[in-house]
Write a protein that binds this ligand. Sequence first.
Ligand SMILES: [Zn+2]
Length: 253
Amino acid sequence: MNPFILAETNWKTIKDQRIDLVVLPWGATEAHNLHLPFATDNIMVEKIAQESAREAWSKGARTIVLPSIPFGVNTGQMDIKLNINLNPSTQFAILDDVVDVLNRHEIYKFLILNGHGGNDFKQIIRELGLKYPKMFICCCNWYQSFKNSDFFEASGGHADEMETSMMLYLTPDLVLPLIEAGKGHGKKFTIKALNENWAWAERKWSQVTTDTGIGDPSKATREKGEKCFNEVIMKIGDLMTELSKADVNNMYK
Ligand SMILES: [Zn+2]
């Protein structure tokens, strides 16, 4: 029983437990090229949340990880079979209810750990901040906590070398042989600014890629995944530790 995982712990332990920070992992249920499972984002974000909390706990931070939310924003992928979409307004409703619970129990620090590119919590956090002024709410995209090129040869973003390596490390039984994977070729926009990322539009996923992947997974290995995973849990573990120890009334220097 891990005391930092709410789903594993119990009321006997929790009722008198000091809790500094609550973490909600948030993923998505969607096709990941031909070779990775639909739960790829969920598996990765939950493992990262739990193992990072173990790091934080070992440094005295009392961080509790909630069960993860398995559906994300997939509005650009509704023509891909069984990609499940949760609208941003639904995400707001879920977060409003979760934050209400934390606020009532005077647990004022909350981290949303995100594992899916279509999820964007910033604006939701701004609005929740107005409603719950005592709360300090923070979000983190774990996949931005490291430099892709430090670990991997190919970049991409979806079912790419990074995600495939991570899954080969975490749940190898759920990864098809790489020979069965698509090439993950993703088309670019025809408009320059959209490719330079200083203008933004949602991508119609099925027009961008034929195998649902973006990024060549062929050089993925378990070893690369293990190295990257360990880097990520150090980084996120430090974030959880700092958040746990932070004074929400004194956040600036
Ligand atoms: Zn993914």
